[in-house]
Design a protein around this ligand. Structure first.
Ligand code: SF4
Ligand code: SF4
Length: 153
């Protein structure tokens, strides 16, 4: 378990996030964990936990949140918002955190655009894979994923 030192927290952090466009829904979170249970990233990376990130913001752990690689793992897929009983828009909160991380010098400004390019590349790749698989949809489909991806590039 990790200790939290109150003198190292920033009580204004949650207000800074909530006052930015997209960040306001954060205040409604009551920590039910439905987002974490539904998140596809949590399924492959146990460290990533949207509920925990929201608690960290509310606790004022500004430096820890903004300097963490975790805020870049989110796919912005909105699955968490669909299951959230409080209508928290976590992917919008994530957008606010990323902008703040850039503005506070935790990452290079070019990372935002590069990540957008990476996401677009993989979306295009998924689309190509889907078209190819659907060509043979009436037959059993077994592919070596690595070779299949190579054939699409
Ligand atoms: S599902 Fe909504 S209310 Fe529940 S922990 Fe996640 S953000 Fe908070
Ligand atoms: S938007 Fe991010 S946190 Fe929410 S379910 Fe998708 S990957 Fe997980």
């Amino acid at each position: 378990m990790k200790e939290i030192y109150l003198n190292k927290t920033d009580p204004n952090f949650k207000f800074e996030v909530a006052n930015k466009l997209g960040g306001e829904s954060l205040k409604a979170c009551f920590a039910c964990g439905a987002c974490t249970g539904a998140c596809p990233v949590k399924g492959v990376n146990g460290e990533f936990d949207p509920r925990k990130i929201i608690r960290m913001i509310l606790l004022g752990l500004k430096e820890e949140v903004l300097s963490s690689n975790l805020i870049w793992y989110c796919l912005l897929c909105n699955t968490c918002s669909f299951v959230c009983p409080q209508d928290v828009k976590f992917s919008e909160v994530m957008g606010v955190l990323r902008e703040m991380a850039v503005n506070d010098g935790h990452v290079s400004p070019s990372l935002l655009n590069t990540m957008k390019d990476v996401d677009k590349f993989f979306l295009d790749l998924r689309q190509k894979a889907l078209f190819k698989l659907l060509e043979g949809k009436d037959k059993p489909i077994e592919v070596d994923i690595k070779e299949f991806v190579k054939s699409l590039l």
